[in-house]
Design a protein around this ligand. Structure first.
Ligand code: AMP
Length: 492
């Protein structure tokens, strides 16, 4: 997963600071690299490995200025990622385009071997955004001839991207001197939302991965892009929407469970409300077990919201027995297993009085490889817990995500080929409860204006793009295994 924000303000304005505060608001979507491309009379770029606050300093703001900006934070899907793959990307010829995306192109390697080779296009990075960028630019140039950019030419370019580039991708970009564009993959798997702000010199528009970015930078009138939709805002600054794709909308459900911030609303559903509801449903399932608990305890941060309603429903105290060191990165994103295991202890410190002699129910958003849970069970026992129960408000993860969430390789999933009892035994806990897929979906839809059918491939193994073959799964597994510990970039 990655995060992006693109802003387009009136002539003479400078939106780079807004973009940087937007990036800070979506730092949780990628901590590996950050980049900004600003356009005034030409593109100016600053990118680097690390957190937003490490990559950008005051001195960069002298050079980076202008009314148009494309910005990105990266979380590499494969390997640890390298400097050459940091987004946004730009091209200067035959058109000036800056672009960033969130997602994963599933036929990237195949396109390199066929589509690009036939056209003599040499990609210079391992980042799949290049595939989107070159297909888009080539088709746009072919469609417009020597005329200015028209909505028709843009629609033709996006249609060609949809025809050629498979997988999931939400894209934002700017065409030098012409306008800002954004589009969402045909199945709308990745989130993307537009907002508008009324500045003294005219309207300013922003498109971002999550609504929290728009809130932070003062943008209102939020509108999600539909699956397969194109947004174009030219110099006249009137947003124009075009429906280019015709596939069913299947947004990623894991965004609600884990990835997005609780203060974001994606496709009209509040992430916070989805998690509150998840906790309620998990409580109902827990009641069925007949097991009594003295406290419900979240694994901070993501699980807090669901743990609160779970405790409320069960009528037992909600307790914060695990204190998070907020300066340690997300454990899952650590480059290798050794780092990951150690960092659980660095990241979460227990409060003994919340465990000693108590039957504690620890709630997490998900269990992937089980490293976090195994460590936490151990810590809880060391702290003298009488019983250690675990509950995950996501169902067991069993299938690799091909659309941009790093689910690692299939063979790492702790729940693969194991019954829930066997997983509990592996983790060393006294009882383990997973949310069911039906409850997860019902919880997420509970406050939706219209019921949504989600992509839940990582839980159920059904891939909405319909083009995922066993061979592809095998290749991706192979790529991820051989890339582990290397510098390959992959999707984002
Ligand atoms: P694990 O320790 O491998 O079982 O990972 C589970 C923990 O990682 C949970 O506490 C989640 O909060 C977090 N997590 C789950 N999925 C992801 C992901 N795709 N990227 C980053 N973190 C994740």
């Amino acid at each position: 997963m990655c995060g992006f924000i693109s802003i387009f303000g009136p002539p003479g304005s400078d939106v780079v600071r807004d973009a940087l505060s937007g990036l800070l608001a979506i730092q949780h979507r990628g901590q590996d690299a950050a980049g900004v491309v600003a356009f005034d009379k030409k593109f100016e770029t600053k990118k680097g490995l690390g957190l937003v606050r490490e990559v950008f300093q005051q001195k960069h703001l002298k050079r980076l200025a202008g009314p148009a900006v494309v910005a990105h934070v990266r979380y590499p899907t494969v390997g640890t990622g390298s400097g050459t793959d940091v987004q946004p990307f730009t091209i200067d010829f035959p058109l000036g385009i800056a672009m960033a995306h969130n997602g994963n192109v599933t036929n990237f390697q195949q396109l390199k071997r066929t589509y690009f080779r036939q056209r003599n296009i040499h990609l210079h990075s391992d980042c799949d955004l290049e595939a989107v960028l070159y297909v888009f630019a080539g088709a746009l140039v072919a469609a417009r001839g020597s005329d200015p950019i028209t909505p028709q030419a843009l629609q033709a370019a996006v249609a060609e991207v949809f025809r050629v580039v498979k997988g999931a991708y939400s894209v934002v970009g700017y065409i030098a001197g012409a306008g800002m564009f954004a589009f969402r993959d045909p199945y709308g798997i990745k989130p993307i939302i537009m907002g508008e702000r009324h500045d003294p010199d005219g309207p300013t528009f922003a498109v971002a991965s999550e609504s929290v970015v728009l809130d932070v930078a003062g943008f209102e009138r939020h509108r999600d892009l539909a699956a397969g939709e194109l947004l174009w805002i030219d110099e006249a600054r009137k947003p124009q929407f075009f429906q280019v794709g015709d596939r069913p909308h299947r947004p990623c459900i894991f965004e609600y469970m884990y990835f997005a911030r609780p203060d974001s609303t994606l496709d009209g559903i509040s992430v916070y409300e989805a998690r509150l509801e998840s906790g309620k449903r998990l409580a109902a399932a827990w009641r069925e077990t007949g097991l009594e608990v003295d406290a419900v305890m979240p694994v901070p941060e993501s699980a807090r919201t669901a743990a609160q309603t779970m405790a409320e429903e069960l009528g037992v105290p909600y307790r914060e027995g695990l204190v998070k060191n907020r300066y340690v990165g997300r454990t899952f994103i650590m480059a290798n297993d050794e780092l990951r295991r150690d960092s659980v202890r660095d990241k979460l410190n227990p409060i003994r009085s919340e465990f000693e002699g108590k039957r504690v129910l620890i709630v997490d958003d998900s269990i992937v490889r089980g490293h976090t849970s195994r460590q936490l069970v151990k810590i809880a026992r060391q702290m003298g817990a009488a019983k250690v129960y675990l509950a995950s408000y996501s169902p067991p993860l069993l299938h690799p995500c091909l659309y941009g969430i790093d689910m690692s390789t299939k063979r790492d999933f702790i729940a693969l080929d194991r019954s829930v009892e066997q997983v509990a035994e592996e983790l060393g806990c006294d009882y383990l409860l997973f949310q069911t897929i039906d409850d997860m979906v019902a919880a997420t839809n509970a406050h939706a204006a219209h019921e949504i059918e989600f992509c839940k491939a990582c839980f159920a193994g059904e891939y909405p793009t319909g083009d995922v073959t066993q061979e592809m799964l095998h290749d991706i597994e192979h790529d991820r295994l051989s890339a582990a510990g290397t510098d390959s970039g992959g999707g984002s």
